[in-house]
Write a protein that binds this ligand. Structure first.
Ligand code: SAH
Length: 457
């Protein structure tokens, strides 16, 4: 395997993996073996498996000083190659799957899920879609969604009634973006083995299977505009981002980034380093796909913003568009935003709000059915103040919301035939009906839209 990551990429890769200190690591297709000695520095034991005898021999001599690294020759695609169930803490592989067929990958996913301990991790790096490195043999450069789907749908049961699956902790690009174009399509995934449970993944499954199904996302995108799943698409993005005075190299966190339109805009036009997190696997899969080949600094990760942690003083800007309506404990979230921001850092939020006072029965039902947590604009702004922010500007942008909705609706109605050709008549009616209902809720004054900007001292 001729492709090599440089040291910077390697440390970026290793920092993405949860601690494996004192743990047992299985490294597959270790190739040139430069990860092996890195992994062996912290791991209790690294079992490095490669199908080429000569590579194994070479590694054994080079890495002979790594007492805790054991090199084995074996082909992971062969049925007789096996490890005991739940025997390793971390499975690491670098450009292994790229060389295998779809069917082989499906089989391997099941094996890996079996070998790793519950709570353990599976990490892999693959080349996606664009050709990279100078592979001599035929490789499959797949779209990242293929790997996401195969591992997400992988499922095993152990015969005593327990079943296990993988939960995606993150997926992102490796390398920096100004540099070698070839590294841009190296994407890594980190998965954790969990006991299958309907409850645990309840909200994520709701987002992925109900509100933000892949086809549903594309339908939404059609009305909001390319890259966006929120009010006003690129127009409001341009208007609001202009308030941030972004500078090249600044770090931006986009909370609930969706399919990444705003992130590409900030990274491409202002040279910001943007990290987008979203709880929906479908959203992130689309965002990642669209990031391939772009020469800007964007990173995407599947993560719940209420559970994620970053070091204090990490970001210059925290940005969130029409997402926090999903979060129940907003004050707690704003307090963490405050910590993650650098001094002088800014938070910019647009969000669905409601009028003050008791909501009508219809509106209360709508909120409940969607699982939203809505506040009036003033209360919302007060929560930012309570979280410690200064210079809090809380603007009621409901008029703009109404104009945008009207414009969006008109556009889709004008493109009815094309819409139905790309989706279905049911989709068309759902979207048009949904927008009309929003306009009624906004027209009655119950549903409102707020823009919030605040600063950390
Ligand atoms: N900000 C994007 C997407 C808005 S849609 C845009 O402007 O286009 C709202 C997004 O919030 C969805 O993608 C949804 O998956 C995400 N979301 C909901 N709850 C979340 C949570 N707890 N953590 C992270 N993202 C969340």
């Amino acid at each position: 395997m001729a492709f090599e990551l440089n040291n910077e990429d390697m440390s970026q890769v290793l920092s993405f993996i949860p601690s494996y200190e004192g743990k047992i690591v299985l490294e597959l297709g270790d190739g040139v073996g430069h990860f092996t000695s890195e992994l062996a520095k912290k791991a209790a034991k690294v079992i490095a498996l490669d199908s080429t005898e000569s590579v194994v021999k070479k590694n054994d001599s080079i890495n002979g000083y790594d007492e805790n690294a054991e090199f084995k020759c074996g082909d992971v695609t062969l049925p007789d190659l096996t490890f005991p169930a739940e025997s390793v803490d971390l499975i690491f592989s670098n450009l292994l799957l790229t060389n295998l067929s779809d069917k082989q990958i499906e089989d391997i996913a099941g094996k890996l899920l079996k070998w790793v301990k519950v709570g353990g991790f599976i990490f892999f790096i693959e080349s996606c879609s664009l050709q990279s490195g100078d592979h001599k043999h035929k490789s499959h450069f797949r779209e990242p969604r293929f790997y996401t789907k195969v591992f997400k749908e992988c499922y095993i049961s152990n015969g005593s009634g327990n079943s296990y699956e993988l939960t995606l902790l993150g997926s992102k690009f490796i390398g920096t973006y100004e540099r070698d174009v070839k590294t841009q399509n190296q994407i890594c995934w980190i998965w954790q083995k969990v006991v299958s449970s309907e409850d645990d993944k309840g909200f994520q499954q709701f987002l992925d299977n109900v509100q933000y199904k892949s086809n549903g996302i594309l339908r939404y995108e059609r009305i909001f505009g390319s890259g966006y799943v929120s009010t006003g698409g690129i127009d409001t993005t341009k208007e609001f981002v202009a308030k941030l005075d972004l500078k090249p190299g600044q770090n931006v966190l986009d909370v609930g980034c969706g399919i990444g339109g705003g992130d590409f805009y900030m990274a491409e036009n202002f040279g910001a380093n943007v990290v987008g997190i979203d709880l929906s696997v479908n959203m992130i899969a689309l965002a990642l796909e669209r990031a391939i080949g772009l020469k800007c600094s964007v990173e995407f990760e599947v993560a719940d913003c209420t559970k994620k942690s970053y070091p204090d003083n990490t970001f210059d800007v925290i940005y969130s568009r029409d997402t926090i309506l999903h979060i129940q404990d907003k004050l707690a979230l704003f307090r963490t935003f405050y910590k993650w921001l650098k001094p002088g850092g800014k938070v910019l939020i647009s969000d669905y709000c409601r009028k003050a006072g008791t909501p009508s029965q219809d509106f209360a039902e709508y909120i409940k059915q969607r699982g939203y947590d809505l506040h009036d604009v003033e209360t919302y702004g007060q929560m930012l103040t309570d979280a410690g922010f200064e210079e809090v500007a809380a603007e009621d942008r409901t008029e703009q919301f109404k104009e945008v909705l009207t414009r969006e609706l008109k556009r889709v109605e004008n493109e009815k035939e094309e819409f139905i050709k790309d989706f279905t008549e049911v989709d068309y009616n759902d979207i048009v009906g949904g927008w009309k209902a929003k306009l009624v809720r906004v027209g009655s004054g119950e549903q409102r839209w707020g823009l919030f900007l605040a600063k950390k001292k």
